[in-house]
Design a protein around this ligand. Structure first.
Ligand SMILES: Cc1ncc(COP(=O)(O)O)c(C=O)c1O
Length: 398
């Protein structure tokens, strides 16, 4: 365990001593036919193109590592975040089940051609912003209805972005986890379909589709990396569905060495960190207002499926102060040399901010060694959002 603070930049790490390389969960996410169906489906959506994988050679050189690669999700359709990969695929699978289509036939056109038979469906969800926007966008594309609830303190810009896609969206007076419960209750009362990006006992199927939808991030990244296999992958977590999806997918490449996998959370919402610290193998929630600028990561309750996978295969659980995310936003927004600029929001930039701190601050030399960060290290990161709160982005970066 390492604990250090530098002004407001603060990192705490819990190393997982019982890490495994299989990372299997009770639900088999990585069946080859599902992996193929996900990619084919996303490619069939009008306007699809892979988001860029940006190489940052100058920054890598300055930090003393071999490669620094970052997937830029600010360019995912017109949505400024990765979340639509999960929501669109899960919605397609739900509709497909109603239409009795086989998953290999799953494509945007095969579904849309039968729109009259599912137009009446209403999908409901709770969100800090990005997932709700993705649900609203997907419902509009398929011609269905969306209802979206946001926790107190949510950004009005993010609310407006959701309403722009025709969803009935509102900010309510509860925190994120209570808002999820409210969305579940409204789904039951109104016969709506809950399309939530986190799982709990008895609610596993739709979150599993959402997690499978995220595979496209890695499928694209590995294609774009042209043979570079990462030695280290850092992923940010809210409920942990994204991180667990990527970890499970990485572990499914059994012929490759499992990268060192680092899970990153805000200090204000450390549910995975607290869970691994508890040492009893169970997920633990954190309560209260979950104060952090990383809105997408402000979740107090781990996804059940996410936890099962992450506790098995995560090498290090790290919590960071907001300053680490701000630093990541600034570095990505003001690159050195010929490195490309990446517009990265609070939840998107935290892993880069962390990598920078670990590699440049001598206080972390010990932790750097424990994480095996060295000259031939190849790091893969995911900038999961652009400036989804443009006003705050400007305040931080300018
Ligand atoms: C931009 C961004 N990054 C990362 C995450 C974390 O994803 P998960 O909640 O699946 O851990 C979120 C979640 O909403 C997000 O909006």
């Amino acid at each position: 365990m390492t604990k250090t603070s530098k002004k407001k930049a603060f990192i705490e790490c819990h190393l997982n001593t019982s890490v495994r390389s299989d990372c299997l969960s009770a639900i088999d996410l990585t069946a080859p036919e599902d992996v193929i169906a996900v990619t084919k489906f996303h490619q069939s959506i009008p306007g699809y193109s892979p988001t860029p994988l940006i190489r940052l050679p100058e920054l890598a050189k300055n930090l003393g590592v071999s490669e620094l690669l970052i997937k830029d999700e600010s360019q995912r359709f017109d949505l400024n975040a990765f979340k639509v990969l999960g929501a669109s695929y899960a919605m397609a699978r739900v509709i497909m089940a109603q239409l009795e289509l086989d998953r290999v036939e799953l494509s945007f056109d095969s579904i849309s051609s039968q729109a009259d038979s599912f137009r009446h469906l209403t999908f409901v969800t709770a969100t800090d912003g990005n997932h709700g926007r993705a649900v609203a966008w997907s419902a509009k594309k398929f011609g269905c209805n969306a209802v979206v609830y946001m926790p107190k303190g949510s950004s009005k810009t993010r609310l407006a972005a959701i309403q722009n896609y025709g969803a009935e969206a509102s900010i309510i007076e509860t925190n994120y986890d209570e808002t999820v419960l409210f969305a579940e209750k409204m789904a039951k009362e109104n016969a709506w379909i809950l399309l939530q990006d986190t799982s709990w006992q008895g609610y596993e199927t739709i979150p599993a589709y959402i997690m499978q939808g995220y595979f496209t991030l890695l499928t694209e990244a590995l294609n774009q990396a042209k043979g570079i296999w990462p030695t280290h992958v850092f992923v940010q977590a809210g409920v942990g569905s994204l991180a667990a999806s990527l970890l499970a997918f990485l572990c499914s490449f059994v012929e490759k060495a499992k990268p060192v996998f680092v899970l990153v959370e805000p200090i204000g919402a450390p549910c995975f960190f607290r869970s691994i610290q508890a040492g009893d193998g169970k997920p633990h929630s954190v309560h209260g207002d979950l104060k952090t600028i990383m809105a997408g990561l402000a979740c107090g309750k781990p996804s059940q499926t996410g936890w099962e996978i992450l506790k098995a295969g995560t090498d290090a659980f790290i919590i960071c102060s907001d300053e680490i995310a701000r630093r990541g936003m600034r570095i990505l927004g003001n690159p050195s040399g010929d490195d490309k600029r990446v517009i990265s929001g609070e939840s998107g930039a935290v892993t880069l901010g962390l990598v920078y701190e670990l590699l440049s601050n001598t206080k972390y030399r010990n932790l750097k060694d424990k994480l095996d960060l060295k000259r031939d290290t190849k790091i893969l990161l995911f900038s999961t959002e652009g400036d989804t709160d443009p006003e705050h982005y400007r305040k931080v970066v300018w």
